[in-house]
Ligand binder design. Sequence first.
Ligand code: ATP
Ligand code: MG
Length: 278
Amino acid sequence: MGNEKIKYKGTEIIENLDQLIQKDYFHFELRGLTKSTRDIVNEVVQGILNRVGANPLTSFHLFSGLMEALLNAVKANTRFVIFQDELLNKLTSQGQTPEEEAEELLDIILETEPLRDAMQRYIVPDKIKKVVQKILTLSDKKRSKKHNLSIDEKEFLTIVREKVKKYDLKISMKIEIRPTSVYIRIRNDSPIMGMDLNRIRKSRERHAELAKQGNSAEFFRPDFLDEKESAGFGIAMIDEGFYNLGLDPLECFDIQTSKKTTTVYLNYPLEALQKMEF
Ligand SMILES: Nc1ncnc2c1ncn2[C@@H]1O[C@H](COP(=O)(O)OP(=O)(O)OP(=O)(O)O)[C@@H](O)[C@H]1O
Ligand SMILES: [Mg+2]
């Protein structure tokens, strides 16, 4: 009975919240991170944290960490769509390569790490970042219904939606209430590319050094900033949340990536969540 699978969509989750949060295992499928999705995730997570007797202060660290990780997944998937699309455009633009062949070529490039990394440099990351930001802002605007999008903006979003559909990239989030921890696994359908993973590891280690000296927040000082180009703030904020909970993020938070997916593991021991003093 307790293990019975129930499927809910969007606001159905909120309508059935009381009954839902009695479960120990949750599996979400997300396409984006609009305001309403954030609200739903917030309600469920708050429900779970209340159930396990978490201190509201610790809940804050868990929730903001979770949002950073989800936002990274959303951004990475969107970026990957734009990246593949730009690449496909480049491959077909001279009119020499028929579409089908270009798609095959694209597959080969994505499968071959050095090629993929070279392409990442070739297709200006800054341009992609800007496009991704525009997509996220416009999607939020559209959902909030307070703003009217222009015809151009609507058309832009429609084209993006078609592309996202074509590549069918998903985000899955699993949350488990375990006997001694709340365990979260987030997986998205795009890899961490190039040297980014190494940079992230190095940057996390540097943060850990500072934490050892009792000074983890030092990591966010401006003089550290320029060293962190693409091992940015998001992951450091998740780490900082763990430090604030008196936990070692290098033990509780792991990132793995393969050719096609990135997976983030977050583990919050109940003992730390229930702690009342810091
Ligand atoms: N889930 C993920 N899938 C793929 N790549 C990821 C994922 N999470 C992080 N990355 C990569 O790691 C980099 C560092 O992430 P972080 O959140 O620390 O930086 P950021 O400052 O938030 O930058 P960004 O806006 O690119 O997320 C990202 O720029 C991205 O390239
Ligand atoms: Mg980020």
